[in-house]
Design a binder for this molecule. Structure first.
Ligand code: UTP
Length: 289
């Protein structure tokens, strides 16, 4: 079955980047001139996704506005001859069928995913974490969908993380099948030193089957007192097997300060309009410090 649905959990409190997130969702932070969540929606659309559910909470309705039509702005752009901007603004509201729901209490990523049960029905679906932007020629979500379609099993997007950082991520037991494709038999969220199975961790993307919802219903709070998606995926892996793909592309964590700055610097350097001037500027800053 083709994967046509995706969910984007974007209800987290973003405490690591306070005070910026006090009134502004981190998913709306710009990378040069586009909010992070638009990169993610575009990745989903470029992966063949047609229906997207974005999971929000109170105070994040600015995300709904961003993907809505904006008649006043559009009219103004047209009447002042700014057709290029008009086309761009108009296309945002036509990217895909985008739906919104609210996670009423912020109880963790697993709890957020469980809010998508009705939207998903019995279909397989992709999860794109709302603060993980992945930029690359081959969309990361499409890479996972291809593995799902070949092996007919849930798929995790994985990457190696430095040993000193693994306790902040998850750790997976994986076996290489070929190239960048693995099978995954076990996982743990935020491992202690003696629980590390490998330096491979789940980073920002997965393709799941609807079996996950019954598992999430009975998943107790785990690391940090949150209902962890990793704990439910571990049960799913043991029950039906699971695949993993070490995706290509550069991942930017928009939930932490360094990630936000890396994303902006790297994307600005590649930007057609400001790239050259920005490079000169960065060089001058480095030479003067
Ligand atoms: P994170 O753990 O990175 O986000 O979740 P957070 O909870 O906002 O982070 P901090 O620790 O407070 O800074 C990954 C993704 O899952 C969403 C977040 O919005 C983010 O996009 N999420 C997390 C939810 O939708 N609901 C939750 O209860 C938790």
């Amino acid at each position: 079955m083709k994967v046509k649905k995706a969910i984007i959990p974007a209800a987290g409190l973003g405490t690591r980047v306070l005070p910026a997130t006090k009134a502004m969702p981190k998913e709306m932070f710009p990378i040069v001139d586009k909010p992070a969540i638009q990169y993610i929606v575009e990745e989903a659309v470029n992966s063949g996704i047609t229906d997207i559910l974005i999971i929000l909470n109170r105070g994040k309705s600015i995300i709904e506005d961003h993907f809505d039509k904006s008649p006043e702005l559009e009219l103004n752009l047209l009447s002042s001859g700014k057709e290029k901007f008009y086309d761009e603004i108009n296309s945002i509201s036509n990217l895909a069928n985008i739906y919104f729901t609210r996670q009423k209490e912020i109880k963790g990523l697993g709890h957020a995913v469980n809010c998508a049960r009705t939207f998903v029905g019995k279909d397989p679906f992709a999860v794109l974490y709302g603060d993980d932007v992945i930029i690359g020629k081959d969309p990361a979500c499409a890479q996972l969908i291809r593995v799902y379609e070949e092996f007919k099993k849930p798929v995790l997007g994985i990457s190696k993380v430095p040993k000193e950082d693994i306790s902040r991520y998850s750790s997976l037991e994986v076996k290489n099948i070929r190239d960048n494709i693995f099978s995954c038999s076990n996982m743990i969220e935020k491992p202690n030193e003696d629980e590390i199975m490998s330096l491979y961790s789940i980073l920002g993307r997965c393709v799941l089957t609807s079996d996950i919802f019954d598992i999430l219903d009975v998943t107790a709070p785990g690391a940090g007192g949150e209902i962890q998606l990793t704990d439910a995926m571990k049960t799913l892996a043991k029950r039906s097997g699971m695949m993993a793909v070490e995706f290509t592309g550069t991942r930017y964590d928009m939930g932490n300060k360094l990630g936000i700055m890396k994303a902006n610097v790297e994307v600005a350097l590649q930007n057609n309009e400001i790239g050259k001037d920005f490079r000169k500027y960065i060089e001058s800053v480095i030479n003067n410090t």
